[in-house]
Design a protein around this ligand. Structure first.
Ligand SMILES: Cc1ncc(COP(=O)(O)O)c(C=O)c1O
Length: 441
């Protein structure tokens, strides 16, 4: 076999990418340093074009709850392709019915659902549906939340502390756009409040006609920030008092936390919920669902009240089959318990190592989602993280992990994800590597 200069393979792909792809990488949140070109992944491990292997805790921003290329899910996809099932684009197909039935039986708040391709589409539909249902235009979002790329929700996820300014308990934060090109008219309808700040939500609701509050129940785009006890119940009650729709964005928490979503762990029922990511273990599928009277507005008899939901590829049989296979596997086996056992060893091991290192740390977890904050307490919101977390040390740690074969995306306080494919051996290896690199941090 010819000797390949591996680093030039890597560089050649990156150079070609920058010739043809705007920004050199598809989906620019993947533009990170180091810029690695991956070639394959199976289970808990990814391999780059140079043949270097990594234990993966990024999971492509979290969908891989069962691990990469799970055989059961892939076989369901192969079966769909072999059976000549297709995207008919007319009428109902059996797979979408089966999937909708499964979703409604697993998540108690789902009376009706619709299927999309992505989480962003699902949140866009949830906002428009809430606006149509309430006849109001204003919406409330949380600081540090990410709910997709569209205009209504594109506020900065991790702005600098300078941009955010002082802590604003009981009131709004400025809308700091995550993108250029968002009309001022849109920004004026969006109110950004701190997570866990009920008073701020209540104050905005008294001032403006609010269609919905859209929030992750656990903030998992800035690590893992838990709701305070009673926060989610009070949030739903506040929405009911003011006639607003409470929308949970469970794109990250859903199915990873539990089969019934995080809402089943918290024992609450939001009015609408969106799901994505882990629901189809890496295949592109999103879900919007919830209360019948709200969801029925997608098919209102009065065309003035009807809310458009359409998409050429919605519930594509490949993705629907992947989602069904994922959910059926999660229902059949004690997967969440098994992942929890592995997580426990990882989390305790990391805590021990950082305790011995003597730097402030707090390991925050929500089942298989975790974040090692380099600060001395559990954060209550993004402001707390920006004020206290050592982002520089965090990125240094992540880069050292990557160099040594553990992939944790080199962006500060991004959630880590453990999968069903992670073995105790993976965890021991991760801890051994951490033990080796921690001294030089
Ligand atoms: C909580 C949350 N909501 C919505 C989205 C958007 O989902 P998608 O990237 O599938 O459009 C994401 C993506 O990271 C997310 O984390």
């Amino acid at each position: 076999m010819n000797q390949i200069n591996t680093s030039s393979v890597d560089a050649a792909i990156r150079a070609e990418a920058s010739r043809y792809i705007a920004g050199g990488v598809v989906s620019l949140n993947r533009k990170v340093d180091p810029h690695i070109v991956f070639k394959s992944a199976k289970g808990s491990r990814m391999t780059d074009v140079n043949g270097k292997e990594y234990i993966d805790y990024h999971a492509a921003f979290a969908p891989y709850l069962l691990g990469h290329n799970n055989d059961h899910v892939n076989n369901a996809v192969k079966q769909v392709i072999d059976s000549e099932s297709s995207l008919y684009g007319s009428g109902t197909n059996e797979l979408e019915v089966k999937l909708a039935h499964l979703l409604c039986s697993l998540v108690p708040s789902l009376e009706l659902v619709q299927i999309t391709n992505t989480g962003s589409e699902a949140t866009a539909h949830a906002i428009r549906l809430s606006r149509a249902f309430t006849g109001r235009d204003h919406i409330i979002l949380t600081l540090g939340g990410y709910n997709g790329w569209h205009n209504d929700v594109s506020r900065a996820v991790t702005p600098s502390l300078t941009a955010v300014g002082h802590r604003r308990l009981g009131s709004e934060y400025p809308f700091i756009p995550l993108s250029a090109g968002i009309p001022e008219a849109v920004k004026s309808l969006v109110h950004v409040v701190g997570f866990n700040d009920l008073e701020a939500i209540s104050n905005v609701m008294k001032q403006y006609p609010v269609a919905c509050v859209l929030t992750e129940p656990v903030m998992q785009n800035v690590g893992v920030v838990h709701p305070k006890p009673g926060y989610l119940e009070s949030l739903i009650a506040l929405c009911e008092e003011h006639g607003s729709v409470c929308v949970f964005d469970e794109v990250k928490t859903g199915f990873r936390s539990a089969l019934g979503g995080y809402q089943s762990v918290a024992n609450v029922k939001p009015h609408l919920t969106v799901f994505g990511k882990a629901v189809a273990n890496g295949y592109p599928l999103g879900v919007i669902g919830g209360r019948r009277d709200i969801m029925e507005q997608f098919d209102a008899a009065d065309p003035q009240k009807r809310v458009l939901i359409a998409g050429t590829y919605n519930a594509h049989p490949v993705n629907a089959a992947a989602a069904i296979a994922t959910l059926e596997l999660l229902m059949k086996e004690d997967i969440h318990e098994s992942i929890a056992r592995v997580c426990d060893v990882l989390y305790k091991g990391l805590e021990q190592l950082f305790f011995e290192k003597g730097v402030p740390y707090h390991l925050s977890r929500n089942a298989s989602a975790f974040c090692l904050y380099l600060m001395d307490h559990a954060p209550v919101d993004l402001h707390d993280i920006l004020e206290h977390h050592d982002a520089g040390l965090d990125v240094k740690l992540r880069r050292a992990w990557i160099k040594n074969g553990v992939y944790h995306i080199p962006i500060p306080f991004k959630q880590g994800s453990v999968s069903y494919a992670h073995s105790m051996r993976d965890i021991e290896e991760t801890l051994d590597i951490t033990r080796r690199i921690i001294e030089d941090l």
